[in-house]
Design a protein around this ligand. Structure first.
Ligand code: RP5
Length: 191
């Protein structure tokens, strides 16, 4: 079932500005061969699409929605309020370079992404959204896979392998570090 021809996960973002961060989630899902459908849904520029998209997601049978937004990041919470599909929020440190006249400082959130993190995690009681760290779209992808793995045993095995690969790679690096000593190790690794 891992090779399911239909998308199991919906990835949405508030703006094309978010796409460079959100692609981290897509890359993880692609690596694990899990199909996803990607769209832009702006909570404030296309508010009517919140309800539309939620209905679409339910019709498509998405198991998880990954929703990224920056600034006053209301997209994940608003989508969650329209559906029972679990929503994973990705708070985005806005890098807004679509508007050429913007100064360098106004390209970034004044609050370093904390605005977005708090907007997502501080949903009122009864309307939960889980959140990964700021710009950690890849983690949202992994978490979505873990939810799917409850229904797909082959995916669970792949995730176990992914974990054991992480273990092996740390052991390998530690052996190199022990062998060469810290000074040489850093020179070799980060030259
Ligand atoms: C948010 O405003 C989006 O999620 C994006 O992170 C930010 C900036 O969007 P643009 O003005 O670049 O479209 O809604």
């Amino acid at each position: 079932m891992t090779n399911s021809s239909k998308a199991l996960i919906g990835i949405i973002m508030g703006s094309s500005s978010d796409s460079r961060i959100m692609k981290g989630a897509a890359e993880v899902l692609d690596d694990f061969k899990i199909k996803h459908e990607d769209q832009i849904v702006s909570a404030h520029r296309t508010p009517s699409r919140l309800d539309e998209y939620s209905k679409h997601a339910e019709k498509m049978g998405f198991k998880v929605i990954i929703a990224g937004a920056g600034g006053a990041a209301h997209l994940p919470g608003m989508i969650a309020s329209h559906t029972t599909i679990p929503v994973i929020g990705v708070p985005i440190l806005v890098y807004n370079d679509k508007h050429p006249k913007k100064s360098d400082t106004s390209k970034f959130s004044a609050f370093g992404g904390l605005d977005s993190l708090l907007s997502i995690t501080e949903m009122p009681s009864g309307s939960p959204v889980v959140s990964v760290g700021i710009n950690k779209a890849g983690n949202a992808g992994i978490y979505a896979l873990k939810i799917l793995a409850n229904e797909i045993p082959t995916l669970k095995n792949k995730l176990k392998k992914y974990k054991s690969d992480q273990h092996d790679s740390v052991i390998k690096e530690s052996e190199q570090l022990k062998k060469h000593g810290l000074t040489e190790f850093v020179k070799k690794k980060f030259k």
